[in-house]
Design a protein around this ligand. Structure first.
Ligand code: CA
Length: 541
């Protein structure tokens, strides 16, 4: 099947001629936003193709089949339909969140031509590419900033924020005003002196931000962006979060991106509560990462209680437009899941199952699917991927840029690939399940059910054509015949039978009365500690 479609692709490519950058955007389809899952990749740590110890775009291209092999029938791949690339633009730092040239791939990662090849190879497999775009600040090495620093008459002077004295520090714990050497003058840089904040209120900066996006969308073929530090775009005096100008700016910018590429996808980092993120809807970016949901999932997996998890998900469903929020477990700034859960793989499995059965478009940080560990400092959250039981875990043939985690010999793709019960194979099954079931889609309903036992968590995912039940034992005690009940109008009246999609076999029939209520249904004979089961409910009468 795979071979046939590859041959067809080659034939088609021969007929239509070589793809140009302008035509490589993936086929327009809203479906990936509904059924897809995104995978966050730190290129430096993914795979090194040229033996310098640093991951690169060529290495990522070689590993694309691991992420998605383009064959919907195969479950050998992770099945992700989108990749968020942490910054790949030229930068003096290892992490790239301080850009010194927005139009150039960092030479350690490859060339602009390598990026275009990545896009073509990704699109061939149905994978969209989202580029991390850092607009809050540039690098202090950026020629814009250097020009502004050297010459007060420079046209780039007003691209940054200057003051004769340090401005208000507010509640920020690190210095945010930085003295210009040899002058009685300061510039504003919220994160670090090496990251001077761009003056986004300047129309010239706004125009440049649009030009950068145009370049990546039309000349490089990217499908969208992840925007860094969105809540810090505008300061107001001593307040460094959620400046009022942020919202019209984003609204206007998103509209400009749509004019450039109608199918563009944008997701923003607003590291705050659901209540605070509300102000970024309905007409700014497409989606935002919901940190409260991430914390709720981890809390459920860690504590065995469901209240915080359910409250966060229900709140997200209530406050945000359907499907337009992004659950995740951990990102590159946070302790990895398995470390957070003190090495308890069963709890990690539970957390992954909750994440990948939630509404919205979920993001999975690379290595989470094999249970990589890591705690701060930052480089230890971003260590090289464990591919194989081999020197340097198969990441490089040289010395890796950062030492691997100590468990690379056991927690790696090769070992987990061969184990049907591994965390990796669970991720593959869940992501493929999501792709195949509209009820698990981004916009489908999320309906918690009441359970007789507090340790049991149950919720329905429901689309017009389908209903799926997720049932989990959050506790450490075996639950014999866990009972569920539903208040009014959760399901149309009738008899339902359950078919297992993941986990143990279901039994019995659910009867929903004319009032839409159901009580005392126990769809499985028992749930072991931390066990989950996913069932599809079909109406049979
Ligand atoms: Ca390399």
């Amino acid at each position: 099947m795979r071979r046939v479609s590859a041959v067809l692709c080659t034939l088609l490519a021969a007929l239509v001629g070589p793809a140009t950058a302008q035509t490589t955007n993936a086929a327009p389809s809203a479906d990936w936003r509904q059924r897809g899952v995104c995978y966050e990749v730190f290129v430096r740590s993914f795979f090194d193709s040229d033996g310098d110890g640093v991951g690169d775009l060529g290495g990522l291209i070689q590993k694309l089949d691991y992420i998605n092999d383009g064959d919907p029938a195969s479950q050998r791949d992770l099945g992700a339909s989108c990749i968020w690339l942490m910054p790949i633009m030229q930068s003096p730092s290892y992490h790239g969140y301080d850009v010194s040239n927005y139009y150039q791939v960092d030479r350690e990662y490859g060339t602009n031509a390598d990026f275009r090849r990545l896009v073509a190879e990704a699109h061939r497999r149905g994978i969209r590419i989202l580029v991390d775009l850092v607009l809050n600040h540039s690098s202090s090495e950026h020629p814009y900033f250097k020009a502004a620093l050297l010459d007060a008459a420079s046209p780039f002077r007003d691209w940054y924020v200057w003051a004769p004295q340090a401005g208000p520090q507010g509640s920020w714990s690190v210095p945010i005003w930085h003295r210009v050497p040899g002058r009685d003058e300061f510039y504003f840089g919220l994160f670090w002196s090496g990251m001077p904040d761009l003056n986004l209120a300047n129309p010239a900066v706004r125009a440049e931000a649009e030009e950068i996006a145009r370049f990546w969308l039309t000349e490089m073929g990217a499908d969208g962006f992840r925007f860094d530090a969105v809540m810090h775009f505008f300061e107001e005096g001593e307040h460094h979060r959620h400046g009022a100008q942020t919202h019209p700016w984003l609204r206007d910018y998103q509209a400009a991106l749509r004019r450039i590429e109608p199918d563009v996808y944008t997701v923003g980092e607003v590291w705050d509560s659901i209540g605070a993120i509300r102000a970024y809807y309905p007409d700014q970016l497409d989606s935002y990462f919901i940190f409260e949901v991430a914390d709720g999932i981890l809390d459920a997996a860690r504590s065995g209680t469901k209240q915080r998890f359910l409250a966060a998900v229900e709140r997200a469903q209530r406050e945000f437009p359907r499907g337009r929020w992004s659950p995740f477990l951990r990102n590159h700034d946070q302790t990895r899941t398995l470390t957070e859960l003190q090495g308890d793989v069963a709890r990690n499995r539970l957390a992954a199952t909750l994440l990948l059965t939630l509404p919205g478009l979920p993001f999975v940080y690379y290595g989470e699917e094999i249970g990589m560990t890591g705690a701060k400092p930052d480089p230890r959250l971003r260590t090289p991927m464990h591919w194989a039981r081999a020197p340097h875990a198969g990441f490089t043939r040289a010395l890796p840029w950062e030492p691997l985690q100590p468990d690379s010999f056991t927690a790696n793709v090769q070992v987990q690939d061969a184990d049907p019960a591994s965390l990796l194979n669970l991720h593959r099954r869940l992501i493929h399940l999501r792709a195949a079931h509209p009820a698990l889609g981004a916009s489908a309903d999320f309906v918690p059910l009441a359970t007789a036992d507090d340790a049991a968590l149950a919720y329905l995912r429901r689309s017009p054509e389908q209903t799926v039940l997720v049932l989990a034992n959050l506790g450490t005690r075996r639950l014999p015949a866990p009972q569920l009940s539903a208040g009014g109008s959760v399901l149309p009246a009738g008899r339902y039978t359950a078919r297992t999609l993941l986990g143990r076999e279901a039994r019995g029939t659910l009867r929903v009365g004319a009032d839409g209520r159901a009580a005392g249904w126990s769809p499985v004979p028992a749930l072991e500690p931390l066990e989950t089961v996913i069932l599809e409910l079909a109406r049979t009468g």
